[in-house]
Design a protein around this ligand. Sequence first.
Ligand SMILES: [Zn+2]
Length: 382
Amino acid sequence: MINKDRLAETFMQLVRIDSISKEEGKIAQTLFDLLSELGASVVRDDADQKIGGQSGNIIAKFKGTAAVAPIMLNAHMDTVEPGRGVEPVLDKGVFTSKGDTILGADDKSALAIILEALHVLNENQISHGPLEVVFTVCEEVGLLGAKNLDFDLISAKYGFALDATDTQGVITRAPSANHLKFTVHGKAAHAGAKPENGINAVQIAGSAIANMQLGRIDRETTCNIGLISGGRAINIVPDQVKVEGEARSHDEEKLEQVTQAMLDSFQKAVAAARQAGISESLPKLDVKVEKEFARTHIPEDHPVVVLATQAAANLKRNMICKATGGGADANVFSQHGIALGVLGTGMTDMHTLQESVKLDDMLATTELLLEIIRLHAHREGV
Ligand SMILES: [Zn+2]
């Protein structure tokens, strides 16, 4: 029933459309039209106005014929750089780019798979439950599309995101993450003439970072300092430096501990510098801690896991529950009470010029998705 050639054609059509984050206007219009032709009622939300992009998120609803709870199918429309003028090459069943751009299988393999599954349902008049297809913008730049999604337009409480590699795994666990922003305020002075009048903010931040434990803290906890900027010129004692980092853990308590340890490190360094210092109010520290995303933990008896496992078993395949380091749209949906298991499309080496995806893997995930939808139509009370 699945049309392999059409799946390949749709994928190539989509990767040829430039869709760098915030520039999803054209691909969004294409998908809007394709989903409308397939019989969905399609809307775009106003996320574009909040994030300054070309398009909002697309939400397409198919009523279906089975009286069961709606299920969500999610993927993202945007890609990373270098992703302009992508020319797909299909060689021995494997898609790559010509070599000078990414391919965009992340996440257009998912878009093509979902569209092919919808085609099959449509042309074979297969009975299914209500489907809510959500294609987001700006996933690659901080999950901005999902974070600004109009959740009033959504009624599904669970479903599947297609945005991973492994076609025989479903990601059900992701950590909580905090985003930390530190600003150290020192005092500017001429570095040659009057250095003793200055307070070097860069040096204070350096000492704070040097005393942090970074990287993997334990099996389920990590932290990182990833951005630093400051200073004005080499002959000026720097009066300001901004440092950003993150902490992640599958355990909330550990996340709080690691976050606190990073804060302590900055506070100690600033306190030490002030003691030795020349001003009562400087150096000074500003700190901002934001929840980047909340922990996801879908239990084994949840419909998402049951559907994925049973569908795979029906196709005589394995399906295992997996954990990830987090940072996908699914984590944002989880925060809004929508449990999305993340399925793989076979895409590999994402965000590199070597990115590839096997057509057979895309085919396998289309089969899996159709089997999930078929099973879902026969589940009662979920
Ligand atoms: Zn992705």
